[in-house]
Design a protein around this ligand. Structure first.
Ligand code: GCV
Length: 689
């Protein structure tokens, strides 16, 4: 009887929470509250600010808010002054950002007091890896919101404009102020008139929200579309071609932001094809953009087939060029030295390039973290990265401070995140993947925020029960805070470590299945394949042990880190367990700090990851009554898939590595359930072999 009543109550409550498809992101619905906005100015941006206040006001009903544009030296770039009376800023955009901050605080019940809020980075950009045919490289949420193929590829429809506006609004609400619209593996067609005209249309929608458009360009465009014999950056005709192309772009898009370039990397053309350096290439483009205020973001993601450890190559290539770049060039460096792995140490270029503007590149789309299937909250990873101490200018030289202008007087400060946005109704494929878009924006605005604060904000905004609003204002009940917010926040904060555990614990990296980078593939090494594209290159498992020796007896990648990190990483006793096999090749019976053998510890962590996901499943089931049924079921299904996949990861890795360790699986972990042969067979099938 009791059970029936409980089920009935549950169904009744769940039924009363309106179904939501997630399209509104963290900006859910209008409020019924009213406000009197006092502002003498009118402009497209200010008008948006006023409208947002009127439609989403959740403060005292009938209160007044004064918006003032007045110069104040303490307010920097897009910053603003918040007070109980209203918002003051130097620019219209500052007002808009202030409005979003005020509205967010009202919604999450955070107090508003007199305070100046300045952004950490001047440029806060999304990088879209969107191809011109509408597909998205490493995109897991449908096709591109900007590009499509077919007869209507260049039509700018009302539907397009509505979507671009929603996109712009969401970005502005978290402080993002730039978007690179196309894939870094760029098509030369991007610079042709039809595509530039479409960029113009996109830019018009994005502009009032403060979002500038940027483009990835192909370095060989002069020969590919300009019919020149070469794309050599020192050739006068090539220089002239880029100069006139840039002029043409600014005529079409007057506030164009600049170029992002992937050069001499993974088969992309670049200045080295002509015996020139990265600096020669970047500077040539920077000179073309300079008269218009444009910038070049030149990626340091470079590695070749060579005997040099891949993790060392970007540093070796770029350090000698420090100081040679124009002041409108920013070197864009991925957070880790290899490639957006579940865990990497920070790239040693951070803090080491002292005479060049350097910007971090993070990956919001979950290429290596379970696509849009796994629930993995990336703020924890980014917080770990931004707070990493490089020691380059003494203790406290964190990556955040080395890139935001606190330590080096960079001409430009910037941060980029590879977008996880597509045409899926909920934008990101997984409702919880929206949290990563949100977190990126919030950290780009304030690189000191911690992941707990961000999760706390996002959960409140995304899951508060709209029915509980009273005259526009929201009061979270103790029940909601204790039984929904607290456990969900805990789950989010644990989720990244769980993924590391069931995929690559203890510093293991890049042992993914080929191409898709989704499941496990530590065995994958076809004959003739570039060795740095195969997992055995990274895990180096053999009968004598496992891990990549990057100490002085190995590749000596440790030497690229500043002391005391170099010594700390060099010694397995002081190297953090989390990075142990990144820096060391160790015997299977190596004794860990907790006295387990390395083999036992590895098995334990793989199992722990799986248990964590199962815990997330149970937890989600327990919060059913707090979530609308549409989003509840969606997430429930995703978690169930994640759990099956975590089991595959665990079984595949334990059984594969056991062939080398020849040690028993510890009695205290749950036995494996899949056979290695079956997993490898399924992987071969996937690859069509
Ligand atoms: C856009 C990795 C990814 C590629 C990506 C590349 C890059 O290699 O797998 O899809 O290409 O990084 O960042 O340029």
């Amino acid at each position: 009887m009791k059970v029936t009543i409980s089920i009935f109550i549950l169904l009744f409550v769940a039924h009363n929470i309106q179904a939501e498809d997630g399209h509104e992101l963290w900006l859910r619905g209008k409020s019924t509250g009213s406000v009197n906005v006092v502002c003498s100015k009118s402009s497209p941006t200010i008008n948006i600010a006023k409208l947002e206040l009127q439609q989403c006001w959740r403060g005292e009903t009938g209160a007044s808010v004064i918006l003032t544009i007045k110069q104040d030296k303490l307010i920097k770039s897009d910053g603003f002054k918040l007070s109980t009376e209203g918002i003051q800023a130097n620019t219209d955009l500052g007002i808009l950002y202030g409005v979003y901050e005020l509205l967010r605080r009202q919604q999450i019940e955070e107090t508003v007091k007199m305070e100046i809020v300045n952004p950490s980075y001047e440029l806060r950009l999304l990088n879209h890896w969107d191809n011109l045919n509408g597909s998205i490289e490493r995109g897991y949420a449908g096709y591109s919101i900007f590009w499509r193929k077919g007869k209507d590829a260049f039509d700018v429809t009302e539907k397009d404009k509505v979507l671009w506006k929603e996109y712009a609004r969401a970005n502005a609400s978290i402080g993002i102020n730039g978007a690179v619209l196309d894939n870094v593996n760029a098509s030369p067609l991007m610079l042709t008139v039809e595509y530039l005209e479409r960029v113009k249309a996109i830019a018009e929608v994005l502009r009032p929200y403060g979002i500038k458009t940027y483009l990835s360009v192909k370095f060989s465009s002069p020969s590919l579309i300009g019919r020149l014999k070469t794309s050599d950056p020192s050739d006068p005709k090539v220089i002239e071609w880029w100069n006139s192309k840039v002029k043409e772009i600014y005529k079409i898009i007057p506030d164009f932001g600049g170029f992002l370039i992937k050069a001499n990397s993974e088969g992309q053309p670049g200045p080295q094809d002509f015996g020139r350096t990265h600096a020669d290439g970047a500077n040539m483009l920077a000179d073309a953009l300079k008269p218009f205020g444009g910038i070049v973001m030149w990626r340091a993601f470079v590695y070749k087939t060579s005997d040099e450890d891949r993790a060392k190559q970007a540093y070796s290539e770029f350090m000698p060029l420090d100081g040679q770049f124009r002041d409108n060039v920013i070197i864009q460096v991925k957070n880790g030295p290899i490639d957006f792995q579940p865990r990497e140490p920070f790239s040693p270029l951070f803090g080491a390039m002292k005479k060049t503007s350097v910007m971090p590149e993070l990956q919001i789309t979950q290429e290596y973290l379970g696509h849009s299937i796994h629930l993995v909250f990336l703020a924890s990873m980014w917080e770990e990265f931004l707070k990493s101490d490089t020691y380059q200018e003494g203790e406290g030289s964190t990556v955040a401070r080395c890139t935001d202008g606190s330590i080096f007087s960079q001409t430009h400060t910037a941060i980029a995140g590879v977008s996880n946005i597509g045409l899926d109704t909920n934008w990101c494929g997984h409702h919880f993947a929206q949290a990563n878009w949100y977190a990126f924006g919030r950290l780009a605005w304030n690189n000191k925020l911690n992941s707990e604060q961000i999760a706390n904000e996002w959960i409140r905004l995304t899951f508060y029960n709209k029915l509980e609003e009273n005259n526009g204002s929201i009061t979270f009940s103790d029940d909601w805070l204790e039984n929904f917010l607290a456990p969900i926040k805990k789950m989010m904060l644990e989720s990244r470590e769980a993924a590391v555990n069931y995929m690559m614990p203890l510093g293991l990296h890049h042992i993914f299945a080929a191409n898709e980078h989704y499941g496990p593939g530590p065995w994958w090494a076809p004959k003739g394949m570039r060795k740095d594209w195969t997992p055995p290159y990274y895990h180096q498992a053999s009968k004598d042990g496992i891990g990549f020796d990057r100490t002085s007896s190995g590749s000596n990648a440790v030497s690229q880190y500043h002391e005391p990190l170099k010594s700390q990483y060099s010694d397995p006793k002081t190297c953090p367990d989390e990075l142990l096999l990144w820096f060391h090749h160790l015997p299977w019976n190596f004794q860990m700090k907790d006295e387990r053998s390395l083999w036992d510890e590895m098995c334990y962590r793989y199992d722990e990851g799986l248990q964590q996901v199962r815990k997330f499943q149970k937890l989600w089931d327990q919060v059913q009554s707090y979530v609308d049924s549409e989003r509840f079921i969606h997430v429930q299904n995703k978690l169930s898939e994640q759990s099956v996949n975590a089991q595959v990861w665990k079984d595949a890795c334990i059984l594969y590595f056991q062939q080398f360790s020849e040690m028993p699986i510890p009695y205290y972990i749950e036995p494996t359930v899949n056979s290695l042969e079956d997993i490898i067979e399924a992987d071969k099938k996937r690859l069509g072999r």
